[in-house]
Design a protein around this ligand. Structure first.
Ligand SMILES: [Zn+2]
Ligand SMILES: [Zn+2]
Length: 229
């Protein structure tokens, strides 16, 4: 069937202005240029020199396993993907959320076992008020619609207003994040996916996953557009 929207509003590449393909705001050439991740660690999506299998676990996760079980990160935080994330985060450019969410959904459809619900990483209410916007929620809305999964915006909250993470070392970030999240006592899901725009050290999603596992959740996936290497 002809999609009327695509006739009335033909898709156009956000990056170069050419005609979009597959109903995405991205052209074929820019699609091919996207900086893809080649994760070797099943758990944290880091690229490391794994001699054996695709599902190997990296030395960092082996030594100190994070509280989440798997990470899906189709891209690295470079070039066009970094640009789209910045457009969304700092300019509330909703077409970037639609494009990033659509690309992530296509990847997940091929690779992930879908969970009971998806939970965007919450911002503390002060931070949310200051910014007026949570980019993770916008990406998660696209995923929920495309993958037909419930979006849970109420079960988890960030009860500590953590300082800005820029300029902190990995260890300082860990301390800064400790016990930053709480989970509603009514929370029942056994298998969830946490959604964020980009994963850097993984300490934020680790903290949230820890709170969810304490609340009885068994399996936690992390879904991010990009892994920062
Ligand atoms: Zn293009
Ligand atoms: Zn790892």
């Amino acid at each position: 069937m002809v999609n009327l929207d695509s006739l009335i509003f033909p898709s156009q590449c956000i990056l170069c202005g050419d005609k979009g393909v597959e109903n995405r705001d991205l052209c074929a050439a820019c699609y091919l240029e996207l900086p893809r991740n080649s994760p070797r660690c099943y758990r944290c999506a880091s690229d490391f020199d794994a001699p054996h299998s695709q599902t190997a676990i990296c030395p960092t996760c082996l030594k100190n396993s994070p509280a989440f079980d798997e990470t899906f990160a189709p891209f690295v935080h470079h070039r066009a993907i970094r640009y789209l994330i910045l457009q969304l985060k700092f300019h509330r450019h909703y077409p970037s959320a639609r494009l990033l969410g659509g690309l992530l959904a296509d990847y997940l459809q091929k690779t992930a076992e879908l969970p009971d619900c998806i939970i965007p990483v919450p911002l503390h209410k002060n931070r949310y008020r200051e910014r007026g916007f949570n980019q993770s929620i916008e990406i998660a809305r696209v995923l929920a619609k495309k993958l037909q999964l419930p979006l849970d915006l109420n079960s988890c909250s960030r009860h500590r207003d953590t300082a800005h993470q820029v300029g902190l070392t990995g260890e300082e970030r860990n301390n800064n994040m400790r016990n930053a999240f709480s989970v509603s006592p009514k929370f029942k899901a056994q298998h969830v996916a946490l959604v964020d725009d980009v994963m850097t050290t993984g300490s934020t999603v680790h903290d949230l996953a820890m709170a969810l596992k304490t609340a009885g959740c068994h399996r936690i996936q992390v879904w991010v557009c990009a892994k920062a290497q």
